[in-house]
Design a protein around this ligand. Structure first.
Ligand code: ASP
Ligand code: MG
Length: 420
């Protein structure tokens, strides 16, 4: 028999009726003889409400008390799911992060998971009991409740799967799997039956919202096979893990060499949460980049794309970079404060930009992916403001007004449109 970790997000546990549906998925896997641990989020909207209350109480609040408040949503859903499972005749008990414990570091609000104790979970598996575990939370070295950052229950699930050596971690969500791009924007987007860890990591960090980036990182490091699938499918018509018909529900995130028909490009991601800042005519001499990015780093602002032009007049150059939109105003004022060290002629910026990325491990062995991209966008009159690349992705920054046109154009260009 297999060992599974099933994770259900906020929309899948939004009310008691949906929790009953979740319990039926759990029962199906349990009845097939598998060891089952379930990780759940808070009911949809709950965490937002809790966050809002902490802000209302005080804009500047103790991060440890913030965690005490926002971790509360998951306590409700683990209890409700355990009650529902028991009513269906499935032995189950709820586990808060500290009861296992799931140990984390002390970065309250954005904690990283360290050790997870598995002795008690293993004992309960042997007794044929389902473990219903609160996602998003852990126990810090200060003996206080910590949380892992928004969307963190994906990471809880993968961490538990790695710790108990699960055969698969199923992430149940409100979509059918991972798509070539957002199907709400491109109706011909297709579900990917498989995607490589590295590609999924890029997709998640470049804007696809289906999994928390850190959960993919953790799955890749520990070799946990991840399956992204829909919780809204009828639980009773599906086959349990390991039985015929269960080979590829949703999307399997796995090693590159487990994918037979690897495409050159697997997906197009886009992110609207970056803003652009340009320093005009900064001196073209050593130390200038340090005087720009040093103060930003000290302010805890992450810089993503950076473009520096060759100097036209031999003495000054323009420098453009991007920062998270939420840090835009702060970044502008950090730069203004450092004006005396940087000596720029003008400072401009815009939040009306979008980063569009083309992703695929096949790029490693195929030339010309970028050239094709730039040509297609030029053909549509879309101006590229910045570019960054890695071995398996090309990202461009463009005017936000062209988002849809760019994504559709690239989706067709690399043959990702569903043929009907
Ligand atoms: N409930 C938490 C949040 O909304 C964790 C999660 O759902 O993954 O961020
Ligand atoms: Mg989520």
């Amino acid at each position: 028999m297999a060992r599974l970790v099933l994770k259900f997000g906020g929309t899948s546990v939004a009310d008691v009726e949906r929790i009953r549906n979740v319990a039926r998925h759990v029962k199906r896997e349990y009845d097939a003889g598998n060891d089952v641990a379930v990780v759940v989020s808070a009911m949809a909207g709950t965490t937002n409400q809790l966050v809002e209350w902490t802000r209302e109480a005080s804009a500047l609040h103790d991060a440890r008390e913030y965690d005490t408040v926002v971790a509360a949503g998951e306590q409700v859903t683990i209890g409700l799911l355990s009650i529902t499972l028991q009513a269906m005749g499935v032995p189950a008990r709820s586990w808060l992060g500290w009861q296992i414990p799931i140990r984390t570091d002390d970065s309250h609000g954005a904690a990283r998971i360290g050790e997870i104790e598995t002795d008690m979970l293993n004992t309960r598996f042997a007794e044929r009991q389902v473990a219903v575990i609160a996602g998003f939370q852990g126990l810090g070295p200060d003996n206080r409740i910590t949380t892992l950052g928004r969307g963190g229950s994906d990471t809880s699930a993968v961490a538990v799967a790695a710790a108990v050596k699960a055969d698969r971690c199923d992430i149940y969500t409100d979509v059918d799997g991972v798509f070539t791009t957002d199907p709400r924007m491109v109706t011909r987007a297709q579900r990917l039956p498989r995607i490589a860890y590295e590609e999924m990591l890029e997709m998640a960090s470049l804007g696809a919202k289906v999994l928390q980036t850190r959960s993919v990182e953790m799955a890749m490091v520990h070799g946990v096979p991840l399956c992204v699938r829909s919780s809204f499918d009828d639980p009773d018509t599906l086959k349990p893990f390991g039985q015929e018909g269960n080979e590829t529900p949703g999307t399997l995130v796995c090693d590159e060499d487990e994918i037979v028909e690897q495409q050159i490009v697997s997906g197009i991601a886009f992110a609207r949460d970056e803003a652009k800042i340009t320093l005009h005519r900064v001196p073209d001499k050593p130390g200038i980049a340090a005087s720009v990015f040093g103060p930003l780093a000290n302010a805890g602002i992450n810089v993503d794309m950076i473009v520096q032009n060759v100097s036209a007049d031999g003495s000054t150059t323009d420098m453009t970079f991007t920062v998270p939109t939420i840090d835009y105003d702060r970044a502008m004022s950090v730069i203004r404060d450092a004006e005396d060290e940087i000596h720029y002629a003008d400072l401009t910026g815009s939040t009306e930009v979008v980063k569009v990325s083309v992703i695929g491990v096949g790029m490693r062995s195929h030339a010309g992916v970028a050239a094709k991209m730039f040509e297609a966008l030029a053909g549509r009159g879309i101006n590229i403001q910045a570019i960054t690349t890695s071995e398996i992705k090309i990202s461009i920054l463009i005017d936000a007004a062209y988002t849809e046109l760019a994504v559709r154009t690239l989706h067709s260009l690399y043959g990702l449109d569903e043929t009907t």
